[in-house]
Write a protein that binds this ligand. Sequence first.
Ligand code: MG
Length: 465
Amino acid sequence: MKRVTALFLLSVFFTVVQVRADQDPPNFVVIFCDDLGYGDLGSFGHPTIRTPHLDRMAEEGQKWTQFYSADPVCTPSRAGLLTGRYPVRNGMSSVARVVLFPNSSGGLPQEEVTIAEMLKQKNYATAAVGKWHLGHLPRHLPMTQGFDSYYGIPYSNDMDKVSGSARYLSSDPDFYPDTTNYNVPLLEGDREIERPADQNTITRRFTEKAVAFIKANRDRPFFLYLAHSMPHIPLFTGEKFRGKSIRGVYGDVIEEIDWSVGQVLDSLRELQLDKKTVAVFSSDNGPWLAFKTHGGSAGPLRAGKGTNFEGGQRVPTIFWGPGHIKPGVVDGMGSAIDLMSTFASLAKVQTPEDRKMDSYDLSPALLGTGKSPRHEFFYWNRGVLHAVRSGPWKLHMQQRHFINYGRVVHLDKPELYNVEKDISEAYDVADTHPDIVARLLEKFRKHELDAEDSLPDQLAARIAK
Ligand code: MG
């Protein structure tokens, strides 16, 4: 009798353990590249850059072919990802400044709720590794926005260029600059530990920090935000990757990032955390075409970084989570803005309810129980709404062209493209579809008003300085 009771209690115990394990909120890993183009991965069609780890990630997970960064440049793109809101709502997309600079005093406002802060509802361990670019002064660093720790270069790796140092030779696809030409700081927490940061080893060191964080937090839910400084110019790699890719320096850099992804996913596999982790790989904006072969490729998409053409904001995105993320190719729409609601849904926590959110829960598509709920996207540019997409249709009201980078082109009349039938935005069909132009124009105006309303006066006054 005693033995039966003991067995019974034992089985209850294991059932409870099992149920608890099933109910554990998943870990989240976001690997975010800087200026990686839509066409720069093997699995997204690049013929000469080898990305076996990312290709495996896509094979085991979901490849999203219509996924948008929140904005076509660094600072607002990151604000959108971390807050689930178009960055114009928190002053991070503005006409005053394209992105934050080393002499900026501003940053992501404290009243914003980030994914890291949201996940603290369930006591997640949180780490930011890599590029931050939402304010580099101590009052704006990741630890003020829900992250337990930070290690990285707090803004773009080309800032603080040493005056008089050699010019960047983007005309030479095999050119490696000197790392001391860029006097950027490397921070640990809010302490500067190295300056200039040795960027030759930066991808490797970010990777080591990321893996160490995963290992240290294997027994509790965690959120890792790994934002590589690469492949934003100036391009650097470790010795091991130098001169290896037939694509040149840019290929070397992507192949090191691919190695890094392999290290992160392998550590999750080894610790048997792969089945309880959702990993996302994406980019903050399209390729910086001004830097020729040192910039990436948007593949079949028009233009690149800084513009609201598809090449500026549609980015190669992969979701991975063996056993729960249903493998396949997803052609529904998604955005980095959606990570907040998606993670909230998977972790069973609440998104902020006291403000306007722009985040959709993509979990039905990820789990294979439904489709992406996102059917529209708004394209902002320096605090000004430029375009809207609804279903396959995209209406441009203003444009910023690559050749005129820095200058807005006001269109005499709106341009309309079907981006599913015409992926390169080559054929304006506004004249033959006046009804669709009118419908999208109404959405455009409505969103413009809605966004204006969402920005309190006191915030508007200290917009991205
Ligand atoms: Mg960028």
